[in-house]
Design a protein. Structure first.
Length: 324
């Protein structure tokens, strides 16, 4: 009861209610929050600290930036949603906050568009070498299967397109990438798609910041050919895969187009089935059927694998708490 009272006391202040309302919409930096709320950074930071200590907000660092958002699960989330439901939608202060939040979202969209424009030529050149992306996405949906109530991790999420594609049916989706520029693009995409159940984080694919067995589906879409150690990246993805879950890899079949290595930083010129199957076995995974999507000149393949069952054949597991 004391913990509930502490959370209620933390929320029982006008500015902190405003902070909860905007941070329930999307994850925001301190500078974005001060822009929306119209208060000084020290004052906003003090309110944020109290809300985080009460478990009503979660914070995470991305380089030199710190983001805040309301939690998706746990006691804090159980209190935040009913409290926000009590706020009047026609309140003038909250309406002004929402209008300023839309300005922040619009600025994010502008940054994302500029980044796309700067890199569109390279991306278009690579896309022209293989089968249409819509064909790949349909095949990926088939490979992943039913996502109802599941948790997805997209490693090397890039623009966030795979989260957008898969996240609507999932309970929760997380995308990780090392590039802050790409994470900004992904955030803009997810907010545009109104996927509040999906989030992105800055993280190294060789050291994912999640406990083992956390995700029902892990995807690596056109990521492994950039990896210096693709087997290690695959092993780390397998580590966070829940028993009964599925790892899905989308990448190029082995090819000889050296210009992709020289001009686009591809470390590997595609992969063959034997290599993938060996890495699966080394990570205690059972290979599934391979989907082959021939193109001109590159062929896209979709490899899938599941954790090897124990001797009882059981798939039961107690999953960890959701990702922050």
């Amino acid at each position: 009861m004391e913990q509930v009272l502490a959370r209620l006391r933390a929320a029982a202040e006008a500015t902190r209610l405003r902070l909860l309302a905007i941070c329930a919409e999307c994850e925001l930096t301190v500078s974005e929050i001060t822009q929306i709320i119209g208060q000084s950074q020290p004052r906003v930071s003090r309110h944020l600290k109290l809300l985080c200590e009460a478990g009503l907000l979660v914070r995470f660092r991305e380089g030199t930036w710190v983001f805040y958002r309301t939690p998706h699960s746990g006691p804090g989330a159980d209190l935040v949603q009913p409290v926000l439901g009590l706020l009047p939608q026609d309140d003038e202060t909250l309406a002004l906050d929402r209008a300023r939040l839309e300005q922040v979202k619009a600025e994010r969209e502008k940054i994302a568009r500029e980044y796309f424009r700067a890199n569109a030529e390279d991306w278009d050149r690579i896309r022209a070498l293989h089968v249409d992306e819509a064909v790949v996405e349909n095949a990926l949906l088939e490979a992943v299967g039913d996502l109802s109530g599941g948790r997805i991790l997209d490693v090397g999420t890039g623009t966030g397109r795979i989260l957008e594609l898969l996240g609507r049916e999932a309970e929760e989706g997380v995308g990780v990438d090392m590039s802050r520029e790409m994470l900004a693009v992904a955030r803009a995409r997810l907010q545009r798609a109104d996927l509040s159940n999906c989030l992105v984080r800055q993280a190294d694919m060789y050291q994912l910041p999640y406990p083992g067995g956390m995700f029902d589906v892990v995807t690596l879409h056109q990521v492994l050919h950039f990896a210096e150690r693709p087997d290690a990246a695959l092993a780390e993805a397998a580590r966070v895969l829940a028993p009964g879950g599925k790892l899905v890899i989308v990448d190029f079949a082995q090819h000889e187009h050296e210009e992709l290595r020289e001009q686009h930083a591809h470390r590997r010129l595609g992969f063959d089935d034997a290599s993938l199957n060996e890495w699966f076995r080394n990570s205690s995974l059972e290979p599934d059927d391979v989907i082959n999507l021939p193109g001109k000149p590159l062929t896209v393949r979709i490899w899938a694998a599941r954790p090897v069952r124990d001797q009882s054949g059981s798939k039961e597991t107690n999953k960890p708490e959701k990702a922050a």
